[in-house]
Design a protein around this ligand. Sequence first.
Ligand code: ADP
Ligand code: ZN
Length: 726
Amino acid sequence: MSALFDVQIIRVQLPMSKGGRYDYAVPPHLRAEEGSFVKVPLGPREVIGVVWELEPELEVDQSRLREILEILPTPPLPKVAREFVEWVAKYTMQSPGRILRMSMSVPDALYPKAPKKGYRMTGAAPDKMTAARKRVLSVLEGGIARTMSEITELAGVSSSVVKGLEGQGVLSAEELIAEEALPIPIAIKDKVSLSGDQKAAADILARDVESKEFKVSLLEGVTGSGKTEVYFEAIAAALEVGQQALVLLPEIALSSQWLTRFEARFGVKPVEWHSDLGAGARRRSWRAVLEGDARVVVGARSALFLPYKNLGLIVVDEEHEATFKQDEGVAYNARDMAVVRGQVGEHPVVLASATPSLETLTNAKAGKYRHLLMPSRFGGAALPDVELVDLRAHKPGAQSWISEPLETAVRETLEAGKQAMLFLNRRGYAPLTLCDACGFRLQCPHCSAWLVEHRLTRRLQCHHCGYHSHMPKNCPDCDAEDSFKACGPGIERLTEEAERLFPEAKIAMVASDTITGPAAAAEFVNAMSDGRIDLLLGTQIVAKGYHFPNLTLVGVVDADLGLAGGDLRASERTYQLLSQVAGRAGRADHPGKVMLQTHMPDHPVMQALAAQDQEAFFNSEIEARQMAGMPPFGRLASVILSSPDPDSLKSCLSELSRRAPQGDNFWIMGPAPAPLSMIRGRHRFRFLLKATRDVSLQSILQTWLKGLKMPSKTRLQVDIDPYNFM
Ligand code: ADP
Ligand code: ZN
């Protein structure tokens, strides 16, 4: 037997886009496991990766393998997490390394935090007592240990004073315990008594969790039916059987009400995961998820890629929300990948919504998903009345957007001491600004998009790339002075109108520029709950999930807004958003009313909203999709090519057209300039691949794109199941 027999050989996946899987030898004093995090040499660099395979079949001579440098003091990445990485990589047509990088987003967390040094009194007296020394000893009274920075801060001394006392043996240094363990949520049973419908649904979900099997349930309940209370039961069940639970929310940074409810129910805060977290919190949370100490995680879509030790339940709340779809970088839909995660990890998945996506609804109707229905609001609260205001008959005056019937309704609501909300899904002052003298429109220099005036921040903004500038004094085209005029309403301009109409009311405007993070969101919720706001004006940021008992009137200023453009999901999305907004009204004992201002009162979306006939609307949408062979009855993928250089883009496009595969059950459309034909200085073209359900889009794309030579600076982005057609 060779001397090398005992050497362990491993295949390591590195968290990078290209290549990224290499074989190494493990030095005799170390022993790697599958999933171990290891530090390895890569060329001149040192990189951390994950052991993907033990004793792989080697393609090179074993003696030529380099040795790993270190096995990190971290539990291995569980098998399920590795399988999930592989699955997502295949589906999204990305390298596993790129997906693994999403799971290893906090490199810092791979090492346990170095314990801090603390100082404690030994009982010995200093050779000479000074005022500074006295202060140090007094902050350490009672035998407590403190860190250097605590002591210098509290006693107002420099570190040399502390060091001096240590040198004399008056203080001794020791290691402090690194981090406090996370508090464990307690599953308080019978904390809330559930209604009949709620209990029935909750029992089924809890049983699923206990049986630890893959099962997807659509929890469909009207707004205010108590879906949250119901899935809390499932979370409690997961805690009881010792598993972790993950809740995905569309806007976690805005979910202060949700967090408060969770804490009231489970006694502690959940572990949060979103982009507003500081570095320390990210580190701690990532590690706690891997070690299993994070019992319940609530997060944005990226929370799906955390390294769960034993995940037993995923809840996707507001599963229809487009925010779950990421279309830049790795294009994936977190709702769909949550279902995949459940399948790989063999645990239940709950998709909750008042207005489910057609995809999910179709799966539920086909019996692939279980369908749990909660048709009424909790506590007997009635659903609001929905009234259409025909703008053709009730045309607001010049430069105003609130019709007379809506104005009257707001006035009556405020006079009755209730709150009202006006909804307009448009940020800024006006969607378009043009020169009154020559008609010149202010456009973003980097995008094919108009600049939007924001009076609050006093600037013109591009909503696609972040470019901003000041309003020019003179028209860049005809040089006329102060000639720019706002066209159409944004939420800021609507607020001006509301202030004119209701001068007595306490008015607040809420948009993504005013709600800049969790603290601002929480402050808004408090102001609304305490009645410091009478009339709220908001964009879609206020549409989601909030529960304000005293809010009884919701007015939608431009209900037709989302229908323009007409992409695949325009009707569906408009219906969902407006139902969501409408659902904010009259959630407690006071009946609510919703008014939709529209130019198209006969449009199926408006009719369905007015009649509150969701079933009929969804059925007709499903039928239309079926006839057109569109998702979920067919498959779509888009291929977007972009480049700052139009010529190299053109040659690449014709190369792609030339080699486009052909078949009976799929179609390749394009190339066509994307509706946003330029973003951030890059010209954009797109192909759309449409196929029947039995076809693998990935294999067609693979054949098509294989060996394609991309000119430099040209980028190709594949989006399977696209949501964004801009
Ligand atoms: P949904 O998510 O379906 O819109 P929520 O879960 O937010 O509904 O519930 C609406 C309101 O009703 C919340 O204030 C919630 O606390 C309350 N509620 C729902 N179910 C119960 C229950 N069983 N007992 C007490 N309050 C409940
Ligand atoms: Zn721009």
